[in-house]
Design a protein around this ligand. Structure first.
Ligand SMILES: [Zn+2]
Length: 648
């Protein structure tokens, strides 16, 4: 589901209109009220179709659209801003798309090449130099990696030097700035810090020194940066990542995803571990659906990235503080604030919230005996499979961790544990899940379930109350994606075709006009993002500075990127131009016909209504209906002509 669809699924047009002061009355499949956009008090002209999330004013405005259009019109804002506001309201995080402009693309490619060269440089240091021997021994003997694995993951060694990397690359023609841009060197902070270093005249020095170097690639295998692990136990920090650069954005990367994406899809499951070397060891053991976040934080962006490949995600947590204890510590921290946090940091409430929001299936696997994943697979590779298989839903995991080593016969312990777990359970969007967790909690604490639902768990004052109706509606929305509006499918294929073949548009318009119909207009489309993209295509035909497709892409607002990408992903239309034009005409006629018939049906209702109350307005509606009826006839004629034309 696209972000825009997700927002539409979570926001009810009825709520938006009601909040805008429209008093709505249900009539059949629609709800009607006074239009909030023009002054009217006599007859309701404003209609909402809750099923499709669309609206229309049959009065003065003669306008309509989706929730975005509603907010744009109401607040006088553009699509981008409407998208941001509604995303926030829906609790949907908008992806920021990092589009590369052509000149940026070239610059980034140059930086990526530099990083690829660095992979080769560090690998040479690891495999062919006496200094690299320590690192190689560490990987082979302490980490039990094979040479093949070291090769597969491109591991290397950064020399024990302040300027080996710097000198190597400057001698190859790269500037210190290039090296800074990819994070291979660091700028000296101040003169006082340099007194200990062996040189005083240089401004920059190697960032990674005497470390095992782990190349970090994006999901497409493109180089972004490095992780460096210490070899000398006295060095700090134990792990060091590239700094944030144009290419390296740690909140949006998952280590190992380039190699894991296919296995994740094949297994329909992704396992998240907490370290790069764990990823490598578990891959070597034959489990290749494993990735790691950068550091201990797991961001919603990273989960979104994974969700492209599977919705089943297992967190394999180290038994140390970064792992399960943090889950528990997170309980209190998360309760203290209901702020929307970007980073999950393995806290149970955050994870549950994102699980629901992303419609993911999140489970937790605990490593036994204080062992890390790489130690588990070294001990017994089969054990890994069993542990992942036994992963538990987050609430179950938290409950079991809390209950272990506690005396649940002690009344005080019972209420303490209940107080920690209940808020988590109450926050679940699914009522069935809530019930079954309450039962489970009652069983584990050996108490009557009714006493649990009766106990008021200590609730933080900022905690949002969730009325039953709201919860039920949310649940319904979460389970069922919105019904693809009948408009949408035709709009999509129509636009997808025009995006590939914009030059067909003038021919289409001529054909429509020859049949006495209006040229294609953005208002033919129900969806605001579709309208905006069509306008761009139209503009691309009115200019001659750039090739049309290029013009559209370079003028595309970021907020439309996702729609654009999914349109471009539609299968390429086949056939000669005449056939394509026929198809396009047919689709446009269909879009119009659907929308007009819908309006005519609605007007019929409204006329009946108005007549019953003796409203004068009824005549206006009758005129409108006649007009629409004539347009429908026109459309029919055009369609027939088109079919005859095809037969010839
Ligand atoms: Zn109106």
């Amino acid at each position: 589901m696209s972000t825009i669809d997700e927002i539409k699924a979570r926001i009810d047009i009825v709520d938006l209109a009601s909040e805008a002061g429209v008093k709505l009355r249900r009539s059949g499949r629609t709800q009607t009220g006074f239009c909030p956009f023009h002054s009217n008090t006599r007859t309701p002209a404003f209609v909402i179709w809750p099923e499709t999330g669309t609206w229309r004013c049959f009065g003065e405005c003669n306008d309509g659209g989706d929730i975005f259009k509603f907010v744009m019109k109401k607040e006088g804002i553009d699509f981008k801003e409407a998208l941001q506001r509604l995303a926030e309201r829906a609790g949907v995080q908008l992806e920021e798309f990092h589009t590369e402009k052509p000149e940026q693309k070239e610059a980034n490619q140059r930086l990526r090449n530099l990083l690829e060269d660095a992979v080769t440089f560090y690998r040479h240091q690891l495999l062919n130099t006496p200094a690299g021997k320590t690192a190689l021994d560490y990987l082979l003997e302490k980490r039990h990696l094979t040479l093949q694995t070291i090769e597969n993951f491109g591991l290397g060694y950064a020399p024990h030097s302040w300027d080996a990397t710097l000198n190597h690359f400057t001698s190859k023609g790269f500037s210190a700035q290039d090296l800074l841009d990819v994070g291979l060197v660091t700028e000296r902070q101040s003169d006082s810090q340099s007194t200990n270093s062996q040189f005083t005249d240089s401004r920059t020095y190697d960032k990674f020194r005497h470390r095992v170097m782990i190349p970090i690639r994006d999901e497409n295998g493109k180089m972004t940066g490095f992780g460096g692990r210490i070899l000398d136990p006295n060095d700090i920090p134990k792990f060091m990542n590239s700094p944030q650069t144009v290419l390296f954005d740690k909140g949006r990367l998952l280590y190992g995803l380039d190699r894991a994406r296919k296995p994740i899809r094949a297994a329909d499951q992704a396992v998240i571990v907490e370290g790069y070397l764990d990823v490598i060891a578990v891959h070597q053991a034959g489990y290749e659906n494993v990735v790691s976040p950068m550091g201990t934080a797991l961001t919603e962006d990273q989960m979104r990235l994974l969700k492209k490949f599977t919705r089943k995600i297992v967190l394999a947590l180290d038994p140390d503080t970064a792992g399960q204890k943090a889950v528990l510590r997170g309980l209190d921290a998360a309760r203290a604030s209901m702020d929307r946090e970007e980073e999950l940091r393995f806290d149970a409430r955050g994870l549950l919230r994102h699980e629901a929001r992303l419609q993911a299936d999140l489970r937790v696997a605990t490593m036994p005996d204080e062992l890390d994943p790489d130690e588990i697979v070294a001990r017994d590779p089969q054990e890994w499979a069993r542990l992942i298989e036994a992963a538990k839903p987050i609430v179950t995991h938290v409950l079991e961790t809390l209950v272990s080593d506690r005396d649940v016969n002690d009344a005080k312990v019972k209420s303490e544990i209940a107080a920690q777990i209940l808020p988590l359970i109450e926050d679940l969007p699914n009522p069935v899940e809530r019930d079954s967790y309450r039962q489970m909690l009652a069983r584990r604490l050996k108490v009557d379930e009714r006493s649990l639902s009766g106990t008021k768990a200590p609730v933080s004052p900022v905690r949002r109350q969730r009325p039953k109706a709201e919860a039920a509606r949310e649940q319904k929305l979460i389970q069922a994606a919105p019904p693809a509006s009948r408009f949408k499918i035709v709009e999509i294929s129509c636009l997808a075709l025009l995006l590939r073949r914009p030059e067909l548009l003038p021919h289409l318009d001529r054909r429509l006009q020859e049949s006495g119909l209006a040229a294609l207009s953005a208002l033919d489309f129900e969806y605001t993002d579709h309208q905006l993209i069509l306008r761009l295509i139209q503009q691309s035909l009115e200019q001659d500075e750039a090739e049309q497709a290029h013009y559209v892409e370079s003028h595309l607002d970021e907020s439309l990127r996702e729609t654009f990408t999914s349109l471009r992903a539609q299968p390429a239309p086949k056939g000669v131009d005449d056939k394509l034009l026929d198809e396009l005409t047919r689709q446009v006629l269909q879009v119009r016909q659907q929308s007009l018939s819908e309006s005519v049906n609605q007007l019929r209702f409204m006329i009946e209504d108005a007549q019953q109350t003796g409203e004068v307005r009824a005549t206006n509606y009758q005129q409108l209906m006649l007009q629409y009826g004539r347009m429908l006839n026109h459309l029919d004629d055009a369609r027939r002509k088109l079919i005859e034309y095809r037969r010839k």
